[in-house]
Design a protein around this ligand. Sequence first.
Ligand code: ADP
Ligand code: MG
Length: 570
Amino acid sequence: MPIKVLSEELTLAIAAGEVVERPASVVKELLENSLDAEARRIEIVTEGGGRKLIEVADDGHGIPSAEIPLSVARFATSKLSTIQDLFAIESLGFRGEALASIGAVARLELISRSVDEINGTRLVVDGGQVGEPQPIGTPQGTLVRVRDLFFNVPARRKFLKKDTTERRRISSLVSRYALAYPDVLFKLTQEGRVGFQSSGSGKSRETLAAVFGVDTARQMIALPATPDAPVKVGGYISPLSVHRGSRRGMTFFINGRYVQDASLSAAVTQAYHGLLMVGRYPLAVIFLDIPPGDVDVNVHPAKAEIRFRNPDIVFSVVQRVVRATLLGQSPPPAIDLQRSWGQADHSRSISPDWALSTADIEKPITLRGIQPALPAGDLPLLRVVGQVGAAYLVAEGPDGLYLIDQHAAHERVLFEALMQAGSQGKIESQTLLEPVTIEFTPAQATVMEENLEVLNRLGFEIEPFGQRTYRLRSLPDLLTDVEPEQALRSVVEDFEEDETPLMSETEARLAARVCKRAAIKAGQVLSLVEQQQLLRDLEECQSPRTCPHGRPTMIHLSVETLERQFGRRG
Ligand code: ADP
Ligand code: MG
């Protein structure tokens, strides 16, 4: 084919693909426009996870009727005029692409009335076809309706997740924006139900509950003001007792803009280093204020990535503020599980991150120069020697010494029992004396909805009980020692961060979470009989050497290793 300049229609379609990836990206662009227009009140409505309908209405300054046709044209913006402006952006929008892009891949309806006009204007853009502006009576502000997203881009439609997943992304986006803008009232209605509403009263703690749930929100620690730092840091971080299995619980806003930045997550994670169990991550919502000239937001059309002029300074300020706040709040735990033997060794023999594949775990692990292998296969019969640090069992087998992590081992035992009972369809559950009514955050309620059937099969008898509220009638037998509400919440919380639980995997993962919750904790003193029972049960397991999350349950020191270390053998 000869080289030719692409048509306007085609360039627009290509560009649209970068700005509008999914329903949540439309919501993000529209919210940002409303915030740029200094709205005090923003109402969002979605249907079909945003595919069928996304509607954002604000009471901002509106668009003058004469500018309405321009607002949907590409590279048309009221927020930028000189090239200098581009290097110190103070507004959320600046590329002038969003409305044009959305109009190219959906049916867009724009209704707006500016502050100093009596009449509003309505304009429709249907898959890139711009209609004629019409006068219309409407209150001050702007209403954007987006119907049938990607109706003309079947390839994109195929990549969308289930409605519930898209819905969850939208509600977590809106609730996070509400946190960043406590003075603005946000109201989100999904599938006809009000999922989320912030008061706009300026109090962000109220909104925290919508993001993290009431209990967690109450425990979140506010970061102190840092008036003199080159970078101002604010927001909330989780105490050491609250953690998640992935990094997704950390959210960052820079100058009021929601961004994704791996170095910021790393800075926060590092601040918790040595204080959380390996593989666990904190929750955080962090707001950074940086002089606009020190951050480049023009990196990607969706404006979710940024570049810092001085990344090291930003990193270290965040890390320091979080660390100092944390240490000031909660003294480090007395038994520091991470400070295991390996850390005294500078070759850093125990891998700090057990999120390894099983293949890695099967490899011998060097322990202070010793080579204790993790032999594969069945466990030999073990004799309990005793318990160490209320966390580990010491046992002897025909082939040497075993150190067993009691929590991990019990998780494995419960997991196999539960999976087996599940496959035979006879998970025992216990009916609660009083059913418990539990309210979830909008995102968690979606998780509940998605997994209700699996939860039921695992022995949680739950039924919907009004918006975002569920009633728990019975618990799996395994969990009867745990407080029922906590048991269910902890299972749901970790799930919230899994965006695409594979259906086949879901049950196993859920079971693994249930077991984590129910398993004996580190710090729990076990009687000799209990220690023996745990080992017997572990011996019965099919995969006794790892916990359901892939961490090892035991370390083996063979007789040869011991002999070599004591100089009895060459
Ligand atoms: P950008 O936000 O990058 O300028 P958009 O395509 O999102 O580009 O919007 C184009 C223009 O339309 C904006 O510059 C603004 O002038 C106007 N506009 C869009 N949405 C709103 C709104 N909700 N309130 C007021 N003006 C708006
Ligand atoms: Mg915009």
